[in-house]
Ligand binder design. Sequence first.
Ligand code: MLT
Length: 410
Amino acid sequence: MIRINENYRKLKASYLFSEISKRVDEFQAGNPDKQIIRLGIGDVTLPLPEVCLKAFHEAVDEMADEKTFKGYGPNQGYAFLREKIAEWDFRKRGADINADEIFVSDGAKCDSANLQEIFATKKLRIAVPDPVYPVYVDTNVMAGRTGPNVDGRYEGLIYLECTGDNKFIPSTPRKRADLIYLCFPNNPTGATITKRQLKKWVDYAIRHKSLIIFDAAYEAFIRNPKLPHSIYEIPGAREVAIEVRSFSKTAGFTGTRCAYTVVPTTCRAYDSEKNEVNLHSLWGRRQNTKFNGVSYPVQKAASAIYSELGQKQVKTMNDYYLRNATLILKEMTGLGFQCTGGTNAPYIWVNGNTDSWEFFNLLLKKAGVVVTPGAGFGKCGEGYIRISAFNNYESVQLAMKKIVDALRMD
Ligand code: MLT
């Protein structure tokens, strides 16, 4: 008899963003004339930068000619892209990362979801922030590393509480954690971490022989020059951290799909006999078996951001979303809400001081604006909503006007 993976039954019925989308579709079906502005999921709206489009077109033309046609590419990604990533994203920032330590992929979500596969399924102590990007938790639940969900939390996980009291920066836990997920600039709170704070985590991981999965998908929104863009700016991180990056938000690739994960050749974990094991080879083995690489035109398009002109276009694009964030922050603060994020991050985390799904419903029904209820990111998200700055400026202006009118009326 074919049996299911019972761990899936521990999960909430649907993934957060699918649930939101379902609720919005139901509302729209019942209110076909109501204009809806989406500031929920962090999905980009601006077209790809010109440099990317040009490279994309040229690469598609190469596929039309037998002399330049490409079949399977290298599983780890083309060297032309990996070398540029190593140079522009790391070495220019003083982080010692080489091209052969980079694994190009089709998404930071997939990578952050799949990385858990190379670690033990039993007796692994996993620490996740709360609130958290749900993928880190759900994939470990699927793999059977947790007990059931009791009162909004999975048994067996270590929850790192991020609240207004610690400015949404988690402290290292008293209990030993073997695998730690960190995300900065943070999704969903928009909080950023300093080098000093990040160093505490790297030191903790060295001390406890732990591993950090550092999700830096939003690093392109950092404008404060003192903030770290990569965990490898911290000494010692090469041994204890894997970093996940994405072109999705950096260069508008949510529909194009390109990302990468860095597993330094010095990064280690341990086997059951406590012998050191090289994680670079393990992840390489996993990718070679399960992944066939990202298409050549997409990698060409991604590599185009690594030039003076490319960087300028990407910055202009992200400044545009940051301008939206500034407006959202100003209006929500003006309404009297305590907010975080929105300055070096595209998300604004708003303390609504009320049930977050109720706040979501109110904004949807009265203002026609979709946000993300904080409770969907974990227990500590209750009371909050997340507003995404990804949309065009005029829509954000209109959304804020509608929210202001709706809340003043309420
Ligand atoms: C979000 O809105 O949190 C992100 O867009 C989700 C994702 O990147 O998968």
